[in-house]
Design a protein around this ligand. Structure first.
Ligand code: GRF
Length: 203
């Protein structure tokens, strides 16, 4: 089973997936990593692991549609079973989402449906929330609105800062993303017409 990972930055989630693969725990192989930022550190992580690393700077395209068209081409060249968004900080067009519908996963730093969008750690703190976390979800046209597959929660303590929360949430992300990817690649996780199922049971 073949995976393409899309990133924009550091790629610590990509690293968690690479590590899982190295322990034979991913259920498939990361064939390529594509970044819309040429200087993303995650591209180095990919190269270091012997994975094809592709920079596709979105600024070189005149529209969102043109960029997504190029991205679709690069992805399809690798014939992936699954496309994993791991800190990919670009909104995707409906054409892109439809093309890969049901085989597109994203990870988001909040307990969805709470705190969609950016700056989740700061917003959670400002609200005085007690709990925070991370969610893996199938991607639909609604930003951070697709059906959730797996979540992990963290407690918020009085001394938490944006940075400390970010670290806590990242640690959870690195645990749950390889699990979700493995479920999918082993055929256990699917997006059906009535939402996601795991081993045939609705999530
Ligand atoms: C993660 O917090 C992820 O939830 C969000 O972007 C961040 C990416 O971090 N979508 P990294 O590049 O995987 O370290």
């Amino acid at each position: 089973r073949r995976v393409v990972v899309l990133i924009s930055g550091n790629g610590s989630n990509l690293q968690a997936l690479i590590d899982a693969q190295s322990y034979d725990e991913l259920g498939g192989e990361i064939i390529a990593v594509v970044s819309n930022q040429a200087d993303a550190y995650g591209l180095k992580r990919a190269r270091d692991a012997g994975i094809n690393a592709v920079a596709l700077p979105h600024r070189e395209y005149e529209s969102r549609e043109a960029f997504d068209g190029a991205l679709i081409k690069v992805i399809e060249r690798h014939e992936p079973d699954l496309i994993v968004l791991a800190g990919f900080m670009r909104m995707l067009t409906p054409i892109f989402v439809q093309r890969f519908y049901g085989r597109l996963l994203n990870i988001h730093p909040s307990l969805l449906p709470a705190y969609r969008g950016l700056n989740t750690h700061a917003r959670v703190l400002a609200d005085g929330a007690r709990e925070h976390g991370a969610s893996v979800h199938f991607v639909t046209e609604e930003l951070d609105g697709g059906p959730v597959v797996i979540q992990a929660a963290v407690d918020i303590t009085e001394d938490d800062t944006e940075e400390s929360l970010k670290d806590k949430v990242h640690a959870r992300e690195h645990l749950i993303y390889p699990i979700a990817v493995r479920w999918f690649l082993e055929g256990r996780l699917q997006l059906g017409v009535n939402g996601p199922t795991l081993d045939g049971t609705p999530l």
